[in-house]
Design a protein around this ligand. Sequence first.
Ligand SMILES: CC(C)(COP(=O)(O)OP(=O)(O)OC[C@H]1O[C@@H](n2cnc3c(N)ncnc32)[C@H](O)[C@@H]1OP(=O)(O)O)[C@@H](O)C(=O)NCCC(=O)NCCS
Length: 147
Amino acid sequence: MSRVTLIEPSSHDEFERYYHLRWKILRAPWNQPPGSERDAQDEGSTHVMAVNAARELLGIGRLHFNSISEAQIRYMAVAVDRQRCGVGSLILDQLEQRARRLGAQQVVLDARETAIGFYRKRGYRATGPGHMLFNQIAHVHMCKQLR
Ligand SMILES: CC(C)(COP(=O)(O)OP(=O)(O)OC[C@H]1O[C@@H](n2cnc3c(N)ncnc32)[C@H](O)[C@@H]1OP(=O)(O)O)[C@@H](O)C(=O)NCCC(=O)NCCS
């Protein structure tokens, strides 16, 4: 994989590209309209995007806090033709580092069933069933203790 840089979107253009990839990977395949990929917690969350040397967007992820000691990761998405090349791991590591630095003791997330294997490899364990999205996408609660 060519050089990957992790940045936090700050300009309008960067945020547009960030949300577009979130929509394209996590919403468009289920016929959800642009805009459906955003939620009220986006403001105030930490957003990370991975780009290559040509500044192409490879992947994204978001971190917010549920309490002083618990952080949550949501909206992990890697461009289809860049999956399984280590990009998701880089983004997850960065978000966990941020969580740790801000005082979190654990990170939780709701994994799509198809992504459970990815999170297991990164040290998360399943803690119970999660919600069903669009009546189709089953989720599992997962948790990782930070040391
Ligand atoms: C899930 C996702 C974020 C993982 O990112 P990625 O860049 O593809 O993952 P990585 O290349 O860093 O993979 C790390 C390890 O997990 C494995 N892995 C990746 N995706 C996996 C999956 N869906 N199921 C099982 N294992 C997976 C990789 O093979 C790799 O294993 P290795 O360390 O033995 O080589 C990405 O594939 C994606 O965007 N998928 C579609 C959207 C999605 O499901 N998002 C998560 C919503 S909860």
